[in-house]
Ligand binder design. Structure first.
Ligand code: HEM
Length: 403
C-alpha cells in the first residue's frame, strides 16, 4: 500500500500547540491510522535534526500494537533524547534486561506501600497545601496546587529532608524543562546525581523505609542495582512521575471547571471521581506522543516500515479514535468506559499508574471537601497548551472555604 506523506504544515503548527486534536482527527481519517510523516512540528527544526524515515501511528489499534510489540518496536530512541539528561533507565531497555531491571525498581512501588502512602503522605501533603490558600478566596491552582502537590509527594516518597524541598523543587523544574533549557537541565542533572548519591550512601549504612531505601536494598537472585541505575531511575521519576501528574491533574480540573454540569455531578456524587479521572486522561492526556524505533522491517496496519524508522506513537490521537469511542471528541464522564492508552501498554506500561490515580483522586477529594463555589476566572483566557506535554497555562479560580 502507498503511504501518504503527511507532516504538520506551518499553518497547522500554531494549532498543534493550542489544540492538536483536529489535526490528529484529519490524520486518522485521511490515512489508515499509520502514515509516512509526523504529528510533531518539525517546521522550525534544522534539517539535520529531523530523523530520516519518520512515520506516525494515530489510530488506537496502531498505537496499541506498537506498545505491545516490544520486539518489533524498541524505545532506544530515549538514549538520544531524555536519556542524555537522566542516564540509562528502564525506559530505553527491552526484553530480558528490561524485565529484570524493572522488577528491581518496581520493588519500590509495591501496592502495600501505596496503601500506606495515601494516609501518611499524600493526604497530609494535599491538605497542607490547601491550608495555604483556603482563606484567600482566590488562587491560581496551577501555581499553588497542581505543580506543587506531586513535587512534595515525590520528595516525601523519596525520604528527602523537608528543608531540601525548595532546592529540590528548583532542580526538578530545571530537569523537566530539558526540551527548552537544556544547559540548565544538564546542570540540574549533575546536581541531582551528587545529591542522590549522598542519600544512597547514607541508606547503605542506615536503611530507611522510603523509595531510595527500597532501591538500595532491592535484590533479585543476588542481583542489586548499581548506584548509576539508582540515581538515573530517581531522575526519571521527575519527568515520568512529577510532570505527568501535575499536568494531568491540571487538565482534569480545567475540564471539570469548563463543564459545570459534570463538575456539579462529581461534587454531588464522589463515586464519579474515578470515571472523571479516566475520562480526563482519555480526553486530554498529559503526554500526547512518544517515539519508538522499528527494530526490523515490519508492517503496521498495512504500511511497511523500514528497519530504523522513527515512529511517533500518538497517544492523544489514539484516545480520540472514533472507531473505538462514540462522540470521541466530547468530554463525557458518563460515557461507557473503555480503557484509554494514556499509561501506554505492554512492557513499558506506566509503573506509577496506581500512584498517579491515587494522587489525583485524593487531590480532587480534598479540594471538593474544603472549597465550595469554585469558579474559573476566564478574563485571561486560560487554556490547555503544549506539545507533546500539555496542561493549562493557569487555573485562576475564586471559591469559598467550605463550612
Ligand atoms: C497521569 C500520570 C502519568 C501518565 C499519563 C504516565 C504515562 C506514562 C507513559 C505513557 C509511559 C510509557 C512511556 C514509553 O513507553 O515511552 C510511562 C512510563 C513510566 N512511568 Fe508513567 N505516567 C504517569 C505517572 C507516573 C508516576 C506518578 C510515576 C512514578 C512516580 C511514573 C513512572 C513511570 C515509569 C518508571 C515509567 C517507565 C516504565 C518502563 O519503561 O517500563 N509515571 N508513564
Amino acid at each position: 500500500m502507498d503511504t501518504p506523506v503527511l507532516d504538520v504544515t506551518p499553518d497547522e503548527a500554531a494549532d498543534l500547540l493550542r489544540n492538536p486534536y483536529p489535526i490528529f482527527q484529519r490524520r486518522r481519517t485521511e490515512t489508515g491510522g499509520v502514515f509516512c510523516g509526523s504529528v510533531m512540528d518539525w517546521t522550525k527544526a534544522a534539517e539535520d535534526f529531523r530523523p530520516e524515515n519518520l512515520y506516525a501511528a494515530v489510530s488506537f489499534d496502531a498505537v496499541n500494537r506498537v506498545f505491545r510489540d516490544g520486539k518489533a518496536f524498541n524505545s532506544h530512541i530515549y538514549d538520544s533524547t531524555i536519556g542524555l539528561f537522566i542516564g540509562p533507565t528502564i525506559l530505553a531497555m527491552e526484553g530480558k534486561t528490561h524485565w529484570e531491571h524493572r522488577n528491581l525498581v518496581s520493588a519500590a512501588f509495591k501496592s502495600r506501600s501505596l496503601l500506606r502512602w495515601e494516609p501518611e503522605i499524600v493526604r497530609p501533603v494535599v491538605n497542607g497545601l490547601i491550608d495555604e490558600f483556603v482563606d484567600a478566596g482566590e488562587t491560581d491552582l496551577v501555581r499553588a496546587f497542581t505543580l506543587e502537590f506531586p513535587t512534595r509527594v515525590i520528595s516525601k516518597l523519596l525520604g528527602l529532608p523537608e528543608e531540601d524541598l525548595p532546592w529540590f523543587r528548583t532542580q526538578a523544574v530545571d530537569l523537566i524543562s530539558y526540551h527548552v533549557k537544556y544547559k540548565r537541565a544538564f546542570e540540574a542533572s549533575a546536581a541531582l546525581k551528587d545529591y542522590f548519591l549522598g542519600h544512597i550512601e547514607k541508606r547503605r549504612s542506615q536503611p530507611t523505609e522510603d523509595i531510595i531505601g527500597d532501591l538500595v536494598t532491592a535484590e533479585i537472585d543476588g542481583e542489586k542495582l548499581s548506584d548509576e541505575a539508582i540515581y538515573s531511575f530517581l531522575r526519571l521519576l521527575l519527568p515520568a512521575g512529577l510532570e505527568t501528574t501535575y499536568r494531568s491533574s491540571g487538565n482534569l480540573l480545567f475540564l471539570l471547571l469548563t463543564h459545570p454540569d459534570q463538575f456539579r455531578a462529581v461534587q454531588a456524587d464522589r463515586e464519579l471521581i474515578g470515571p472523571a479521572i479516566e475520562e480526563g486522561l482519555r480526553f486530554e492526556t498529559p503526554l500526547t506522543t512518544v517515539q519508538r524505533y522499528a527494530s526490523e522491517e515490519t508492517e503496521l496496519e498495512g504500511v511497511t516500515l523500514p528497519q530504523g524508522a522513527v515512529i511517533d506513537v500518538c497517544i492523544g490521537s489514539a484516545n480520540r479514535d472514533e472507531n473505538r469511542w462514540e462522540r470521541s471528541e466530547e468530554f463525557d464522564i458518563f460515557r461507557k468506559r473503555l480503557p484509554h492508552i494514556s499509561f501506554a501498554a505492554g512492557e513499558h506500561t506506566c509503573m506509577g499508574l496506581h500512584l498517579a490515580r491515587m494522587e489525583t483522586r485524593v487531590a480532587l477529594e480534598c479540594l471538593l471537601d474544603r472549597l465550595t463555589d469554585i469558579e474559573l476566572v476566564t478574563d485571561n483566557n486560560p487554556h490547555i497548551y503544549g506539545q507533546p506535554f500539555r496542561s493549562p497555562t493557569a487555573l485562576p479560580v475564586t471559591f469559598a472555604a467550605a463550612g
